[in-house]
Design a protein around this ligand. Sequence first.
Ligand SMILES: Nc1ncnc2c1ncn2[C@@H]1O[C@H](COP(=O)(O)OP(=O)(O)OP(=O)(O)O)[C@@H](O)[C@H]1O
Ligand SMILES: [Mg+2]
Length: 251
Amino acid sequence: MVKAHIQTKDLNLWFGKKHVLQDVSISVYDKKITALIGPSGCGKSTLLRSFNRMNDLIPEAKITGKVMLSDQDIYASKNDISTIRSQVGMVFQRPNPFPKSIYKNVAFGLEIRGEKKSIINEVVEKSLKSAWLWDEVKDRLNDSAFSLSGGQQQRLCIARALANDPEIILFDEPTSALDPQSTAKIEELCIELRNQVTILIVTHNIAQAGRISDYTAFMYLGELMEFGETKKVFTVPENKKTEAYLNGVFG
Ligand SMILES: Nc1ncnc2c1ncn2[C@@H]1O[C@H](COP(=O)(O)OP(=O)(O)OP(=O)(O)O)[C@@H](O)[C@H]1O
Ligand SMILES: [Mg+2]
């Protein structure tokens, strides 16, 4: 049986008066890839950000309902936000490496936690290997992260997320700024990473959702309209809106 890794119950979110997430109840399954699709402005990024309390940074955001990370309610006040953020990593649309060396980008979180140098070296190598970047950078670890190509920078951001040993990685349109080859590489990497982490990926690329995801969630105007196995959602969607979206009737 598949186990829910993140589960929301009647999640509602407002930015001021604007009701952006409406009664969203969704399960993101353990060690699976879930694609989150839907037209621009429907609330995909907001939903993603509610999974590691990133919306807390926006003063006018108000949230009700529950977000369970395994059996911990992440909005229960005793939980430490930095622990949650290390459990739930995030990779954004535009690669956003720090203005530091390749090595320092991956080592950053561990250095803050005061890890021993020998451990940091090990984790940096392992994370860069897992992000399929090691061979391309092993002789230039002290070069600036900005000397890498866009696709390499995105894999560096994935390595940086992996260095914190997350349980879940949230990807918000990670390939929309990349060329087809870099995109293919990130897609293959996601499939490989599914063996070790749970993945939730927002994408506007329907074909990509079809290629890599096990489950698909379709959102429309702040509501979760449909959720199910990708095979099923793509072939026999239950909701007319899902069908229209998949057929490119609106975007
Ligand atoms: N900080 C904010 N303050 C006020 N409104 C916001 C804020 N962030 C997002 N919104 C609004 O919330 C709604 C959902 O935005 P969100 O970014 O989650 O959409 P999305 O589905 O990710 O869209 P896209 O596909 O274009 O990235 C939009 O109407 C947006 O304008
Ligand atoms: Mg978005």
